[in-house]
Design a protein around this ligand. Structure first.
Ligand code: ANZ
Length: 806
């Protein structure tokens, strides 16, 4: 006998919607619990079975905490601006808004079919002008604080696609989509000064409960380096080259200087004889990405400029080269090369036969660069010192001689914030005809995206919005001057930087969210979503949050207290699910055939939540079979409560203990997101229950409650069959009796001369003498020692009795 999941799941989904069972009262006096999903990008493909893994986990927590008496905030929305919808629209001549709305409707239907306990009245959509009004408002705050600025920066420009591309979208100098050539070209772009927050973004990682590997990725991305800036005079010019080095202690070992090919001084210092070679080299480098350029294993390339720098510490002449392993975007775009103690410099020096001078002892610098600590040699006043002391003394020397200073740099770059796209939030800025720029006044927000027939890239490097003449050309209301609107739009990351704030107060027309509500609800208690966002969304959101903290909008320094990354669900053959491999499992099919509860149970039972595990239809069958077993245990063929379930029954001590252990274990496991072991324990309880002739109602009620966060539809149905008239979702979580957890009898091992011969069950607190007697009365023992002399009896109460006899 099997339960009718289609009927039951629909019934309870309608019930929850009708009764608004999961609506959140943000003004409640109860303690708050805010559990957040990374909201989805509503793609045309619909929900993937990977989505429900994290979403089920948060839903279990939300339901569990609600039953524990918390006011829970748990809702969802759509991260709906972005490239795929725009590309689809371009390819099919459709409107991205219609396509996006269509996808959202599909996602909403799918999420509802899985029974997630979202407060659907809080749903938000980043493309809704009522939402992006506040995204634009935050941009204005960033602008007011000097954190948004226009800069001419080298970008990856793809003429064929008519747009700039992110570094990740460029492979071997070609666009990832279509394989069109990409060139580096300086363009005016909006930048956000995330670098100003580098130190706080780094330090505050210590305040949050996040997986260590994600913290480490953020730390590396921010890439703090401490060292010195050192200035070198250039022979024959009134110019100086500044280099950044983490090893100023090795200055005596510098044997050449390298400028990034794009460095501003290259033209000036290159001698006429070297000009052509330098020029050719620079053109070669243009199409390489930073990643390709700095790869350690890559063959080193570079050319001599003909110029020389003067080493400030000993006056030596060092040839100045350009090489692509030095990046213009890091430090000062120039280095002093110390081949004896830096691997890249060593390889370069070997290849171009430049001198290698050892200044730190301990290695063999003819064979390889020695990068460890050691005693300094050939280094004047540093001789005899170790690394740390030598660094300090060299910096003191440089500062005293005005040849350098202590310096900290970060790998983190400012955030390139503009996109030449249609389907994004318009940046609320006016460019006046006198060349000045000014923000759109707050009262005029939202600055809505104009409807356009044609959203093709303009071809000039400007966003398609440049073609919306009526929208672009405007008058500055204050000065009456003619003005053009900014035509770039924001990147998709913008809307997802702050959505968790809007969930707290989604309909507020006056402010981004009511300050009292923010005070009560922040930070998010648990945030669950993919690790692929480690250095993008999760860093950007922390940055915006800190800016909003500084302007007094949010009361906490950090947005997400605890973060958890679920593993991936792989295809049956352990490879990533993808359309091209034909191994994608569609949740709609599973919900139809097995039911949402089976899918939820299966995904939570696959293994630990953070493990990546292959999909298995057998596993899914197993999940469904367990639910049918529960059903058959409690429900008759007619759909009524089984006669086995009785109000008052005598239960065995053993069965009682299993029940209390189950409540305890499930409670603890769910709190720690160990859903698979919580489920195993529930299986133990069901097995034990199947052995009983009668089951007390109280146990059944408690058990169904334990089950309810994971398989809520089935639990509601059972709750109704148990004669209850309100939703189980609002019931109190069951408690257990500590005293019932311990066994009152124990098994004691009986040994003869140290060998186990028998076992007996005795009351737990049986005294030594009684235990000895019981052992000697045991039939097996009696037989084995008959005719022997007992020399000694060793008793360890509660554990063993050892009889020494011969
Ligand atoms: C001399 C030196 C000697 C260096 C030595 C290292 C070891 P991190 O730790 O990543 O910050 N560097 C500086 N600017 C660079 C640029 N624009 N492109 C490529 N490399 C650059 O690395 C700092 C070190 O990377 C700096 O210290 C510099 O090389 C190099 F035994 O200076 B070092």
């Amino acid at each position: 006998m099997s339960y009718d999941h289609r009927k039951i799941e629909k019934k309870w989904q309608s019930y929850w919607a009708e009764h608004k069972t999961f609506s959140t009262n943000t003004d409640s006096e109860k303690d708050k619990y805010y559990v957040l999903d990374m909201f989805p990008y509503p793609s045309g493909a619909g929900l993937h079975v990977g989505h429900p893994e994290g979403y089920t986990a948060t839903d279990i927590l939300a339901r569990f905490k609600r039953m524990q008496g918390y006011e829970v905030l748990h809702t969802i929305g759509w991260d709906a601006f972005g490239l795929p919808a725009e590309q689809y629209a371009l390819d099919t001549g459709n409107n991205p808004r219609e396509f996006t709305n269509h996808n959202i409707n599909n996602f909403r239907r799918q999420l509802k079919s899985l029974g997630f306990s979202y407060d659907w009245e809080r749903e938000i959509n980043t493309t809704d002008p009522e939402y992006y009004k506040w995204t634009q408002w935050i941009f204005l705050k960033l602008y007011e604080k000097g954190l948004a600025y226009i800069d001419e920066v080298p970008v990856n420009w793809c003429p064929a696609l008519g747009t700039v591309l992110a570094n990740e979208e460029v492979i071997d100098g070609k666009s990832e989509r279509g394989g069109h050539p990409v060139v580096r070209k300086p363009m005016k772009q909006w930048m956000l000064k995330i670098t100003e927050y580098a130190e706080r973004l780094l330090n505050d990682l210590d305040k949050v409960d996040w997986p260590e590997h994600i913290k480490e990725m953020q730390r590396n991305w921010i890439g703090k380096s401490e060292g010195a800036e050192i200035t070198f005079d250039v022979e024959g010019f009134d110019e100086k080259i500044t280099v950044f080095s983490t090893r100023p202690d090795t200055l005596y070992g510098a044997t050449y200087v390298v400028l990034a090919p794009e460095h501003a001084l290259v033209d000036k210092i290159t001698t006429p004889e070297r000009a052509e070679t330098v020029d050719i080299y620079r053109r070669e480098v243009q199409s390489k990405s930073d990643l390709e350029r700095t790869e350690l294993s890559k063959e080193k390339t570079g050319v001599f400029t003909g110029g020389y720098a003067i080493n400030p510490v000993n006056g030596e002449k060092l040839p100045i080269w350009i090489a692509d392993y030095v990046l213009i975007t890091y430090g000062s775009g120039a280095i002093m090369a110390v081949p004896a103690h830096d691997e890249r410099d060593w390889e370069f020096a070997k290849k171009f036969e430049l001198p290698i001078v050892e200044v730190v002892s301990g290695g063999n610098v003819d064979q390889a660069a020695y990068t460890e600590d050691g005693i300094h040699v050939n280094s004047g006043f540093l001789d005899g010192l170790g690394k740390k002391e030598a660094i300090d003394q060299m910096i003191d020397w440089l500062e005293a001689h005005k040849a350098g200073e202590r310096k900290t740099t970060y790998r983190l770059r400012d955030w390139l914030f503009s996109r030449q796209r249609y389907w994004g939030e318009p940046i609320p800025i006016l460019h006046l005809e006198d060349g000045t720029i000014k923000p759109v006044p707050e009262e005029e927000l939202p600055l809505t995206l104009p409807e356009m027939e044609e959203i093709k890239p303009s071809g000039t490097g400007e966003s398609p919005l440049a073609l919306a003449e009526d929208w672009v050309n405007t008058i500055d209301p204050e000065t009456g001057m003619k003005a053009r609107r900014e035509t770039n739009t924001m990147p998709q990351w913008a809307g997802s930087c702050w959505y968790y704030l809007r969930f707290i107060d989604p309909k507020n027309k006056e402010v981004l969210a009511d300050p009292d509500k923010l005070k009560k609800w922040l930070p998010v208690d648990v945030y669950i979503g993919g690790a692929e966002h480690a250095v993008l969304h999760l860093l950007y959101a922390r940055f915006w949050h800190k800016v909003l903290f500084d302007v007094g909008v949010v009361p906490t320094e950090e947005p997400f207290q605890k973060l958890f990354n679920p593993g991936m669900i792989l295809g049956e053959n352990n490879e990533k699910m993808s359309k091209s491999k034909g191994n994608v499992v569609n949740p709609d099919d599973i919900v139809h055939a097995y039911g949402a509860d089976s899918l939820r149970l299966y995904e939570m039972f696959m293994g630990p939540l953070d493990a990546s595990i292959a999909w298995s239809n057998e596993g899914l069958d197993g999940a469904r079979r367990f639910l049918d077993r529960v059903w058959r245990l409690l429900v008759t063929e007619e759909g009524t409560l089984s006669a086995k379930v009785k109000e008052t029954v005598d239960v065995s001590e053993e069965y009682e203990r299993v029940y209390h252990q189950t409540v305890k274990k499930v409670t603890e496991d769910i709190s720690h997101l160990r859903f698979n072991t919580a489920i195993s324990q529930m299986m133990v309880f069901v097995n034990e229950s199947n052995k009983q002739d009668t089951i007390p109602t109280a146990f059944v009620e408690g058990f169904v409650k334990l089950l309810s966060p994971i398989v809520p539809h089935l639990a509601e149905e059972l709750w109704e069959i148990l004669g209850q008239s309100s939703s189980i979702s609002l019931e109190n979580w069951p408690t257990y009796d500590e005293s019932k957890l311990v066994e009152s009898t124990v098994e004691v091992v009986l040994q003869i001369n140290g060998k186990v011969r028998s076992k007996i069950k005795v009351a737990k607190d049986t005294a030594k003498a009684a235990l000895e007697k019981a052992a000697l009365d045991d039939e097996i023992i009696k037989e084995k020692i008959s005719g022997q002399t007992i020399r000694k009896v060793i008793v360890v109460p509660g554990k063993l009795v050892n009889i020494v006899a011969n």
